[in-house]
Design a protein around this ligand. Sequence first.
Ligand code: XMP
Length: 400
Amino acid sequence: METPFQAEEFVDSQIEEIRARVGHEKAMIAVSGGVDSSTCAAIVHRAIGPNLKPALIDTGFMRLDEPEEVRRSLSKPPLRLPVKIVRAKEAFIKAFKGLENAEEKRKAFRETIYRILGESARKEGCRYLVQGTIAPDWIETKGGIKTQHNVLEQMGIKTLEKYGFTLIEPLASLYKDQVRQVARYLKVESEISERQPFPGPGLVVRCVGEIDLRKLRALKSATSIVERKLRDQGAQQYFAVILENRFIKSELARSVGELVADRLSLELREVNVRIFRDNATGVKGDERAYGRVAGIRLPAAVRKTLGESTPGLIELEGKVTSSFPEIVRALYLISERGRAARYSIVVRAVNTRDFMTANVTPLPWNVLGGLAENLLRSVRDLSSVYYDITPKPPATIEFE
Ligand code: XMP
């Protein structure tokens, strides 16, 4: 039988290893306020004390006021980390100019953040860069599902030559639940140890397709509303995604409409399916899939009845993504405004144990309806709100 994971043993052995490796040199750590980087910082701080220099890169893609809040929370006891915020918004916006493809955006994010971290490490005299990469990050990146921003050496990237630092990844063998155990053992406050994950590239991967400031602003305001309203609904991860209301003209929309009408015994004219122009990331048969997103609009009365049954929605989604391999996600319209506007917001909420697979969180229809009304009232340029009804697989948790 496998011996259960022991947080205390893990921390002690890591401290010893880090001290032996770093000696009296300085190390920078890239923190984000998430459980992985905060736990990692807590361990390394115990190992090398003030020789650890924590840096938070303000990419412009964190949530509203997040950099300052993270600095405040990490500088308090028990962590007491002297976090320095490095302002770099312009560099990131510039790096994404003209990019629409998810992997190109991810690679541009990786390149920009490590160039900036390399410069910061050099200024602070740090030979090492510590980061909180965990097992699913490199497993999914090596498996070709998506390029997680914090996987370098495992992809053959020589950080010393390229960015000027040697990497240390104390958590690289752990899964999220083990990291949380370590965090609790280190008495990291529960606001951090139990926090829902937020991807390193942040809102980049939730701003589907090409990024501009108007779209990013709308997403930030939707993110605050969705996080506030879904906090107590039992999802392990829940957030907003923004898509532009640009659709492709193809037979696909009609064929999906026929399938949906058939399954739900509706007239074809009652079902309206739209295929978004921008693609999203998924995983089919353990392989990366980058494909179409279908938005399904049903008549109001049917929408509510089916919307109250998460298993019914999942079954419908299963039919759509298995019948049309080019589709990786099905979205279910919750509510819309009569007048067409530029954006749709998608509500994503999942339950998962290890983030390698995930189920859609069953959310009461009145909660979804209230949330959609709130979004339509508060977010500029918004005309539709959808609920993502796709598990992982065939979708991934994040859209890109
Ligand atoms: P996916 O979208 O691959 O996400 O199903 C699985 C988990 O990983 C998070 N995620 C990331 N975390 N850097 C990170 O630190 C990344 O590039 C990244 N991409 C996805 C995601 O939020 C989910 O918890």
